[in-house]
Design a binder for this molecule. Sequence first.
Ligand SMILES: Nc1ncnc2c1ncn2[C@@H]1O[C@H](COP(=O)(O)OP(=O)(O)OP(=O)(O)O)[C@@H](O)[C@H]1O
Ligand SMILES: Nc1nc(=O)c2ncn([C@H]3C[C@H](O)[C@@H](CO)O3)c2[nH]1
Length: 228
Amino acid sequence: MTVIVLSGPIGAGKSSLTGILADYLGTKPFYESVDDNPVLPLFYADPKKYAFLLQVYFLNTRFHSIKDALTEDNNVLDRSIYEDALFFQMNADIGRATSEEVDTYYELLHNMMRELDNMPKKRPDLLVHIKVSYNTMIKRIQKRGRPYEQLSYDATLEDYYKRLLRYYKPWYKKYNYSPKMVIDGDKLDFMTSEKDRQIVLDQIVAKLKEMGKLPKDWDKPTDVKIKA
Ligand SMILES: Nc1ncnc2c1ncn2[C@@H]1O[C@H](COP(=O)(O)OP(=O)(O)OP(=O)(O)O)[C@@H](O)[C@H]1O
Ligand SMILES: Nc1nc(=O)c2ncn([C@H]3C[C@H](O)[C@@H](CO)O3)c2[nH]1
């Protein structure tokens, strides 16, 4: 069983690349709960009130995905559980959680992490991190068009997004649950450029081969059509 997780800030392209990669490798994609998430719009409308609830919601749905993913042979997940604390810590640092909520959240997270340690697959095999600049992130957020994520909805989101990018740097550096690699999301437009998409896929396949997770002579099955 091979488990690949994607990481990266909001709008970096994780869901898009999850679909492309799963298609290419012939595995199953697992997506973060966003459009069916009833707490996300509440959070963006009143972050202080809903930060804790949103975090618990994400932790719960992510835990479900991880358990479902473990029933499949190979799979790709569009965000790692290891990023949850990054979001929560950032929100706590800007005063959106009480000390009781912080304590409860971390206790719950550690409890869940211990559960993961008892599962047949304790860690992902590879983390693929999509790195983007602030400008790219904003362009993608606009392109996708979720109303509550737009700067026109709440001007303070500019600070929130810039802060998020700052938190991601040390997070990626410290991440050591599995081998990891970075995709340059500013340079590689894997949604509209076929050439860029192939470059990204080649980089990931090369890494999987280097790790022994794909045979050295593995080639894309001929009947696979890469969808953007
Ligand atoms: N490399 C890319 N080049 C061009 N457009 C991209 C690229 N990656 C993503 N996009 C576009 O940017 C938008 C956001 O992408 P996507 O939803 O995959 O991001 P995400 O990282 O999953 O975001 P979130 O963290 O909010 O779930 C989409 O409209 C997608 O088509
Ligand atoms: N506060 C908060 N904590 C999380 O753990 C978390 N994970 C994702 N998100 C937000 C970012 C995008 O708007 C949207 C899709 O990724 O959901 C989060 N927000």
